[in-house]
Design a protein around this ligand. Structure first.
Ligand code: SAH
Length: 368
């Protein structure tokens, strides 16, 4: 059991109280707070503190409730994937990805330990759902990335947050809202620079709409009809496509934000018993027919953007990625029919960047 006080999430007065409580002068609290918001991993990096104080703090406190177990950098150095472990009793492992882009630094945050959704192509559910992450644990993922940005890249800190890591964020809505609010208030990340991705939890989408912030919504659709979606995403039996898309467009109308649709292209591997695919030209046409009537005036603005993602194949699952030709053909059909789309190669495929892959491979190696 770890009894150390986590400092990064304390209010300024709580931090002061703590510092005075261990017999140190008040002004140290301010010095420490600056390091905490850069995501300092421990106290030994806080160079303006006396070494004696660094050691004392290391005994009784920790900066963050997460520690890095593995850090993998893609060959182009733009994507960093972290395998993190909670410092609390359950020592849960989670994944976070930092993406350095031309428009800013984006962090892909996990919202749960594992996932209960069991989408047929994804690694996150392979070990089931363990628990929800707290708002503090979600915020700490961003801070971990801030430290890499600050100490390695000498760059500005995180500018964008996408809740697209392991887990279903709309099944952890209270903590999600608390986290987004903290990212906004404490890390100065604008609402419009945050995106929540869901497999389509309709009541959650509606609750997010009632919350009335300009956070972006992404729907993981992955199928143009209920038959295919039922086969690859069990949640579709509860919330079928029409209900999900109605709620999503309602959200978009209310928030004024462009709706994002995630569409991972995959083909079933027949000898694994899954003959089903979602990547043929007929599926692209069906997707056009599904989205078009929902777009009120396609010329006036871009109300929906489809992200086409070639599958990052997971060995335990029964799907492979389609050929490049099939990916381009799919995108061309959408474009020819007035649906905005872009092909998103999974960034950092060389570092197991698909949801849940790193965590799973780590557990297979027995690291827990
Ligand atoms: N539960 C949420 C967020 C986590 S998944 C959701 O469903 O949106 C984030 C995105 O990555 C989803 O669109 C998911 O379908 C996609 N994804 C998961 N595994 C993938 C893989 N192996 N290859 C490509 N995309 C994947």
């Amino acid at each position: 059991m770890n009894n150390k006080q986590v400092l990064f999430n304390l209010s300024p007065s709580e931090l002061e109280q703590f510092i005075v409580g261990i017999g140190e002068p008040k002004f140290r609290a301010k010095q420490i707070a600056e390091w905490l918001w850069r995501g300092a991993p421990d106290f030994s990096v806080m160079k303006n503190l006396p070494v004696k104080l660094q050691e004392k703090l290391n005994e009784v406190a920790e900066t963050l409730p997460l520690k890095i177990i593995k850090k993998l950098e893609s060959s182009d150095e733009q994507t960093v994937k972290f395998l993190l472990q909670t410092t609390g009793t359950d020592a849960a492992t989670i994944e976070t990805v930092l993406m350095r882009t031309t428009y800013g630094n984006s962090v892909c945050v996990s919202s749960q330990v594992g996932c209960a959704m069991n989408c047929g192509f994804c690694a996150s559910s392979l070990l089931g759902l363990k628990r929800n992450l707290t708002a503090t644990e979600m915020l700490a993922q961003v801070l971990i990335c801030n430290w890499t940005l600050y100490s390695v890249h000498d760059s500005r800190l995180t500018t964008h947050v996408v809740v697209m890591g392991t887990g279903e964020p709309l099944h952890n809505l209270d903590n999600l809202k608390e986290f987004l609010t903290a990212a906004h208030d404490k890390l100065s990340i604008g609402w419009r620079r945050m995106t929540v991705s869901t497999c389509g939890i309709v009541p959650g989408i509606n609750e997010l709409a009632d919350w009335d912030k300009q956070v972006n919504l992404a729907i993981s659709l992955h199928a143009p009809n209920d038959e295919i979606r039922d086969a690859i995403m069990p949640i579709n039996k509860k919330y079928p496509i029409k209900d999900v898309m109605d709620a999503a467009f309602n959200y978009s109308a209310k928030s004024g934000r462009q709706l994002m649709v995630e569409y991972t292209l995959m083909q079933g591997i027949r000898d694994k018993g899954l003959g089903i695919s979602n990547c043929l030209p007929e599926h692209a046409i069906e997707l056009v027919n599904l989205l078009k009537p929902l777009i009120p005036n396609p010329l006036s603005l871009i109300p929906v953007m489809v992200n086409i993602i070639p599958l990052n194949a997971v060995a335990e699952r029964g799907f492979s990625a389609p050929s490049n030709n099939a990916v381009y053909r799919f995108a061309d059909i959408l474009k020819e029919n007035g649906i905005h789309c872009r092909i998103r190669r999974e960034r950092g495929a060389d570092i197991q960047s698909a949801c849940g892959q790193l965590r799973i491979s780590n557990q297979e190696l027995g690291t827990s």
